[in-house]
Write a protein that binds this ligand. Structure first.
Ligand SMILES: Cc1cc2nc3c(=O)[nH]c(=O)nc-3n(C[C@H](O)[C@H](O)[C@H](O)COP(=O)(O)OP(=O)(O)OC[C@H]3O[C@@H](n4cnc5c(N)ncnc54)[C@H](O)[C@@H]3O)c2cc1C
Length: 469
């Protein structure tokens, strides 16, 4: 085992969305930082381009990890850039109901729109944000819009972190779920991580942190690099940015569970169910911009769900279609005629991330009656939308996917019920911080990444202020 001579101003563990935003602020201010990331460092011309490779190279668990009763599949990104490489890049600020619920769950008074708006504004300055031009909205979007209008539901164009998708050249967004080949999607390696690297950030990809600890003098992160060797990185402070499952698991395997009873609890996922419909005419849902509209219906919000107008690559669609052999092939041959709408549940039943005695990962997470009710209301609305838009048949998805992984190190004032304090510091630690999706107090029911950017910028500013930089 080797230990670095350097004592960094900050060791950032996890090179995804939050880690990149924090790293940029700290390095720009002159701090000497290193970022440790378990995944590989890809670029626009090296992203895996076939669906199977993409799943295995860009996600933990070879593509999908399951909860303890195998009823929810988690998509947990693993690459430099984290979720920003594989996500849809939809951006939303939280509304009052989301913040009210966070305040109630955490007791943290600054979790409100007025206090967070300046941080959203700063985040927005670091990336390009666009709405898909009307003329490029695809067949799936058209089904969505028609069905909403016919039912009197409200939908709205959505905002996406993208710069220049060049739709006029026929570019197809479905490939960008495995990394954008034209650097239009505002993944952190082409935005804040790039500027952090230019300012001197050291990046160590293929390094999985296994143990974190803190003494009076320093913080230490020990893990295994690409060469299989164990190495320790030392820092004046440490920023945990491994995401909800990653941060919880790392702290648990490092023995923090003894003094942090809430560690790993309060874990949410916005369980999502894809529902397909068969149309007479081709829909070609996989072509062009993937998502142009979002549901913006106040009744949906009150009912605890939102609808997403998303499609998936062929292997994922194949898993949703019924039957075997010739029957299944028949459905797959029909892929051009399929439309898709996903119901995304604002889940109320917290799950729990656990570490086994040997350091393995277990996630307990189920839907309670209220969550199932929310899902079923969403499915009712989807049926109304599809039939009003002319669907011949609906294939209801029964597999839950969790891709907004949140909580486990929830923020709060009280060590008995939370893990991170309102200054983003792990309770009882001197210099261990987190501001990523793990600190969410509960499920907001809204796309999380814009808020993760805002929280990360606020946390980084606090760290600089405390350090007198
Ligand atoms: C398919 C998909 C679509 C999505 N679409 C949207 C969307 O449209 N809008 C939206 O707002 N959100 C979306 N999300 C969710 C969003 O991407 C995440 O909420 C966000 O990336 C979380 O940020 P984070 O910094 O907490 O974690 P991440 O961005 O996931 O980064 C965590 C990083 O830490 C690394 N890591 C973990 N453990 C270790 C370890 N022990 N050692 C070293 N490194 C480690 C991981 O490999 C990862 O790269 C989507 C997610 C997925 C999977």
């Amino acid at each position: 085992m080797t230990s670095t001579e350097t004592i960094y101003d900050a060791v950032i563990v996890g090179g995804g969305l939050s880690g990149s935003f924090v790293a940029d602020v700290l390095t720009q201010a002159g701090m000497k930082c290193v970022m440790l990331e378990a995944g590989e460092h890809f670029a626009k011309d090296t992203y895996p381009r076939n669906e199977l490779d993409a799943n295995s190279k860009l996600y933990w668990g070879g593509g999908v990890e399951l909860n303890s009763d195998a009823s929810i599949g988690f998509l947990r990104p693993k690459a430099v850039g984290g979720g920003t490489i594989v996500n849809q890049a939809l951006l939303d600020r939280f509304d009052d109901p989301a913040f009210d619920s966070w305040q109630e769950a955490s007791g943290v008074s600054w979790l409100n729109r007025a206090d967070l708006d300046p941080w959203y504004d700063r985040a927005a300055k670091r990336i390009a944000i666009q709405t898909i031009p009307e003329e490029y909205r695809n067949g799936n979007a058209e089904v969505f819009r028609r069905g909403f209008e016919a039912n009197g539901y409200r939908c709205a164009p959505l905002e996406r972190a993208q710069k220049d998708c060049r739709f006029e050249e026929g570019n197809c967004c479905i490939v960008c779920l495995a990394g954008c080949p034209i650097d239009s999607k505002q993944s952190t390696p082409v935005t804040v991580l790039q500027t952090a690297l230019e300012a001197g950030l050291e990046l160590v990809p293929d390094f999985e942190a296994k143990q974190v600890e803190e003494s009076a003098a320093e913080t230490r992160v020990t893990g295994v690099g690409e060469d299989g060797k164990t190495r320790t990185y030392r820092g004046k402070r440490m920023i945990l940015a491994c995401g909800a499952i990653g941060n919880s698991h790392l702290l648990l395997t490092s023995g923090f569970g003894k003094r942090l009873p809430a560690l790993g609890q309060n874990f949410y996922t916005h369980p999502q169910y894809m529902n397909l419909a068969v149309f007479e005419e081709p829909v070609d849902a996989f072509q062009g911009p993937m998502q142009s509209y979002k549901s913006a219906d106040p009744d949906f919000r009150r009912s605890g769900f939102k609808l997403e107008n998303v499609f998936a690559p062929p292997a994922a669609i194949a898993m949703l279609l019924p039957g075997f052999g010739a029957e299944h092939q028949g459905h797959m041959r029909n892929i051009r005629h399929l439309a898709c709408i996903e119901v995304c549940v604002r889940d109320t039943n917290p799950g729990r991330v656990r570490a086994t005695r040997r350091g393995g990962l277990v996630v307990d997470k189920t839907l309670n009656e209220e969550d199932r009710r929310r899902r079923d209301r969403g499915r009712d609305a989807i049926r109304n939308i599809f039939y009003a838009a002319g669907a011949k048949e609906i294939i209801e998805g029964s597999v839950a996917i969790g891709l907004h992984l949140m909580g486990g190190c929830n923020m709060g004032n009280d060590v008995a019920h939370s893990v991170v304090d309102p200054e983003f510091r792990v309770h009882g630690a001197r210099n261990i911080f987190a501001a990523d999706s793990s600190v969410f107090p509960d499920a907001p029911g809204i796309n999380p990444s814009f808020t993760i950017m805002a929280l990360s910028l606020k946390a980084a500013a606090g760290i600089l202020e405390e350090a007198g930089v």
